[in-house]
Design a protein around this ligand. Structure first.
Ligand code: HEC
Length: 101
């Protein structure tokens, strides 16, 4: 019985530890390689956008949304992407600065 009881917290910890890895590691090819055709996402705040917002779905083309729409979208995704206030500000700034030719 002792063994069974001890195994429960260990199993729970293992599941908790493996979950983020499963989400992040779901794709074998690193983000930088998958989106190598979009060099604007290779550095600076573009890179932050790729890393924070390209994990679960493609990093949507910056031109797709207006300034106001990007504010709302990033707000809506802020918790999913686990953004600090500074990261949120940088990503919104990046998107709004590049969404028009
Ligand atoms: C943990 C996974 C995850 C992360 C990280 C994430 N998203 Fe999303 N996103 C989703 C899911 C799931 C949907 C679709 C369902 C929904 O709208 O909630 C979505 C939908 C969207 C949409 C709507 C697309 C459309 O055509 O209407 C936009 C825009 C978007 N995300 C932008 C972002 C941005 C910007 C970030 C980074 C700040 C981000 N996402 C980070 C999971 C994620």
């Amino acid at each position: 019985m002792r063994h069974t009881l001890a195994a429960v917290p260990i199993a729970a910890a293992l599941v908790a530890l493996s979950l983020p890895a499963a989400v992040v590691g779901g794709c074998a090819v690193p983000l930088e390689e998958r989106f190598a055709g979009r060099p604007e996402l290779a550095h600076g705040d573009g890179r932050l956008y790729l890393q924070k917002c390209g994990r679960c779905h493609e990093p949507f083309p910056v031109a797709r949304f207006s300034d106001a729409q990007w504010s709302r979208q990033v707000l809506a995704m802020r918790a999913d992407a686990n953004l600090s206030p500074d990261q949120e500000r940088r990503i919104v700034g990046y998107l709004q600065a590049h969404n028009r030719p």
